[in-house]
Design a protein around this ligand. Structure first.
Ligand SMILES: Cc1ncc(COP(=O)(O)O)c(C=O)c1O
Length: 346
């Protein structure tokens, strides 16, 4: 079974005799500049002797102002992945159909596996950044899914749906009596406003805070939707799933979000430079509107393994059904240069 996610696996690396602490990780699409300064010190004061607030009220309050929405229209999760799983449990039963626009993040199907549901897939053309919404809508009208998953910007392609395209898909979902789950985990990395409200009625917007703020180890994400949908999602999450540490971090990060906005803008500039450098090294990065992108390397598994010998980790895209592609996320200039150099020598 190909690995379903990027990220460092200490067991694999230690078996290969590679020290995980020395790895440069291009396989996870986090902000390469890390969280804003001051986060670690701020977290020293977290009270670990009491249960965390099961409603995450303080965090929701700050988020409600940032996203100009009501506290009742927000759910907080232990990473947005918890909310993906909760959406499936809240809105789908075994006899329902679900549409997933692929290749995309594997956890939509991962959550559906629990109910024994195999999603119907609409296959995007990975070489064409213009998404064919008419075809997606034809599929929705044909199979009448209870739930449709789209990822915007999409992982792993970095292709973006316009607001109007999302609106058309949400409208089709509504016509057939279904819901749209709009996964915006990488929204800010497509140059879009970070905390925009959710303008759609039958749509659950999911956002991750682990990518923008570079805190995948802390786990934090949120959903924006109608109050009744939020209640249904929250009912599917265990109590206290968001730790006191994660809640407090979220509060700090939201209050200091302008610093992160600046590092995301810088990351997008670096991405353009990085793609040019890779092209000069004889590689062909696929068109992408984000800081991560696909590159055809012939055999992703072989190249990933060989790069590990140089302490470089990339995402083998075999689990996306793309065994010839690796996904690379932009990192800091000297790290990007190092990857170009090693790839050019292969
Ligand atoms: C598209 C997408 N959605 C959601 C997630 C989950 O993110 P989180 O860390 O918030 O659980 C990921 C993680 O890789 C992702 O790629």
């Amino acid at each position: 079974m190909p690995e379903a996610h990027g990220g460092i696996r200490p067991q694999e690396l230690m078996q290969l005799g590679i020290d995980p602490n020395h790895i440069i990780d291009f396989s996870v699409n986090s902000n390469p500049f890390g969280p804003p300064p001051g986060l670690n010190d701020y977290l020293l004061d977290v009270d670990l002797t009491h249960y965390p607030d099961p409603q995450c009220y303080r965090l929701k309050k700050i988020l409600s102002e940032a996203a100009t929405t009501s506290v009742d229209c927000i759910a907080i999760g232990n990473g947005s992945v918890e909310l993906i799983w909760a959406c499936v449990r809240a809105f789908v039963s075994r006899s329902d159909r679900v549409l997933v626009v692929t290749p995309t993040f594997g956890e939509y199907q991962g959550a559906l596996d629990l109910l024994g549901i195999q999603a119907t897939e609409y296959q995007l053309d990975i070489s064409n950044p213009n998404i064919n919404v008419e075809e997606i809508n034809n599929k929705i009208n044909k199979i009448k899914p209870k739930l449709t998953f789209i990822c915007n910007p999409n992982n792993p392609t970095g292709h973006v749906y316009t607001q109007q395209q999302v609106q058309l898909i949400a409208a089709s979902c509504e016509t057939v009596g279904g819901y749209l789950v709009l996964d915006e985990a990488y929204r800010a990395f497509a140059g879009l406003v970070q905390f925009a409200p959710n303008p759609f009625q039958n749509t659950i917007v999911l956002r991750s805070m682990t990518k923008d703020f570079a805190i995948p180890g802390l786990r934090l994400g949120y959903a924006l939707a109608d109050k009744k949908h939020i209640e249904a999602i929250t009912a599917q999450c265990p109590p206290w799933s968001v730790s006191a540490m994660a809640q407090k971090a979220g509060e700090f990060l939201l209050v200091n979000s302008s610093k992160t906005e600046r590092t995301i803008t810088k990351t997008l500039e670096l991405a353009k430079q990085f793609k040019r450098q890779l092209s000069s090294s004889g590689l062909t990065p696929m068109p992408s509107s984000t800081h991560y992108f696909l590159v055809n390397v012939g055999s992703a598994t072989t190249i990933r393994r060989r790069l590990l010998d140089s302490y470089i980790l990339v995402r083998d895209c075999s689990s996306f059904g793309l065994p010839e592609y690796i996904r690379i996320s932009t990192r800091l200039p000297e790290e990007n240069a190092q990857l170009c150099k090693v790839l050019a020598q292969m």
